[in-house]
Design a protein around this ligand. Sequence first.
Ligand code: ADP
Ligand code: ZN
Length: 740
Amino acid sequence: MTQPTLNFGDHKGESQRVAVLLPLPLKGPLDYHLPDDMPEPQPGTLVRVPLSGRSAIGVVWPKNEAGQGKILPIEKLKPVETVLALPPFAEDLMRFVDWVAAYTLSSQGAVLRMCLSVPAALGDVPVKTHYVLAGMPEALRITTARQAVLDAASADNPQTAPQLAEKAGVSAGVVQGLAKIGALSPIDISVDSSFAPPDFSIEGPSLSTEQAQASAKIRDQVMQGGFKPFLLDGITGSGKTEVYFEGLIEALKEEGAQVLVLVPEIALTSQWLKRFEARFGTTPVVWHSDIGMAARRRAWRAVATGDARVVVGARSALFLPFKRLSFITVDEEHDPSFKQEEGVLYHARDMAIVRAKLADCPIVLASATPSLETLVNADDGKYEKLLLRERFGTAVLPAMKAVDLRVDAPPAGSWLSPALVTAMNETIAAGEQVMLFLNRRGYAPLTLCRTCGHRIECPNCTAWLVEHRFRKELQCHQCGYMRPSPAACPECKTEDSLVACGPGVERLFEEVSSQFADARIAVMTSDTMTNPRSTAQMVEQIASGHLDIVIGTQIVTKGYHFPNLTLVGVVDADLGLRGGDLRAGERTYQQLVQVAGRAGRAEKPGTVYLQTYEPEHPVVQALLTGDGDAFMAAERGARARHTMPPFGQLASLILSGPDLAAVMEQGRMLAANAPAVNGASFMGPAPAPLARVRGLHRMRMLVHSNTRTGLQRVVGPWVRQTKSVKGVKIKIDIDPHSFL
Ligand code: ADP
Ligand code: ZN
């Protein structure tokens, strides 16, 4: 009897096969083999692997039972190079990546890339040499300078050479000399200092009855643990922040627990952070697009190691590698900036709910003007609603007045009605402050030639160039293209024939400056608030009463608390309603409530003037009567009748490319290949309202479904099974918010 042949090729068992997900738009994880001397890494481990001649960092992914198509024999696989010295991704984070990818019809790798967004955090952290006292070498020649350094140094408090030199009043060379002869020993310390833990001994404010009731509900759930969404629906100034702070603190009491507060980027202000510090005795980890590379690395690593207990960030903070996420708050949950419009198209509020579900923790959505989606979820019993109906203390909601511009018209070439100007004069005379809101950057949205009618357009986009008179430039707000303001019409060459059409904040500044010659005026836009320091300075000036009139875009609407601000003027209440999409009414209502919410936040009551050509419009009426519930109920009815979200679902496709014919061809092919699905309808292709951006032609298609969820199952296979035209990019937007 012969022995069965031993198959030496098979000695590497399947246990040495690992799936590694790379932060690249591939179909799924790739298989690698584990070298014999490498212990099997648990899923979530960060590893370096070879990839087409280079090396890349990826994450060991749970084995996919369904398989990725072709399975390579283990001998053909490349080996894992190294295991990174970082804590492995938590299981709930990996499931989150898979979930977001499936929901948004993106590749897992594209989602993983958002989790690995800081390459510098994956490598070694730079170190700085510090010194401590060592034993005295025998041949030490003591000089006064050396003695001063030895006195300044200590055995257990490492200090850098410049620190020691400064303390001792000598040059850094003396410190180095002492290190050389062994009187001081060097220690390398990471440049990333750790984050101080929150201080629980700080007493919070005593809460009002309704605040206490809401916070008790949240705290109870935190103590009990487990997934549960709350809607904290409270008017502006009602103390929502204080209420969710209580939830944070309760969650943080558990050792190792981490909490996340998502805020719209522009709410991350110095004022908010000061308030946080006062309550927690420490700075949170701040995460948004404006923090520098070093801060980003420090933050990412601190979240990964669990050193960071509290993270406050814009939408992308959702993809940070929390070790143990225990509580989430989404503040201003209705805010449009939570929708990411580039790369992986996701809505951070919606994904935060999923993140909380997978992490099995409570989540609070807070807003004075909750989105319709969230209100419906609350009414359906999916979220528990907590109401705050009163402003804190003696503050009351501002009085709202409409100015009918058809009757009370501003003089030609001006934008402020006589009624508003009178109110401004009275406010300033009383020593109080005014805020004017106009959501338009620059001087004028359109520049036109009086002689030939030419309108100055962006060469790359379907967009007018916006005049920025402070900078003497015309700028495209789509692609950033800039050119100097011309003296003559670019078309007919007539000199001095160009006129500015419509108002922007700079033009309003001009008008206000001439009308209120003695007033101290500031313009707050992303053009003037270019960095956190200048922003903080301006905010401080307003808060301390050094300015009388603030003119701003939506950047001023969020998070600020100016106690002496009593008059808000909305220069064009109809602006957001024009060109209306599905949510135009809802969004305008929310934005104007937020702006109005800046007025009268302290003892002095506030007034809001809404300049409008349509005082009877439901949005304006809702603001005037304060009956937001009725307005949202009407919106809800209209959406339900048309099975629009959240009662139905939408997905949009944006086709773009340099060649219009190819883009159109792709559209035709998609339309021809649209499946017949009950309850789903396919619209388009049609040129997008922004038909050209950055030189690319754009067409749109829209898919509507009568059911609330599951449109991915129609759209995914449809797009995958349609032949793609070369040079055309197809972007799928599930639950679109922008229709441009
Ligand atoms: P919201 O987020 O609902 O607009 P805030 O949390 O910003 O409201 O509260 C508005 C103002 O009232 C803030 O200055 C806040 O510090 C103050 N405030 C709210 N609740 C209390 C309280 N219980 N005790 C003291 N001050 C409070
Ligand atoms: Zn442009």
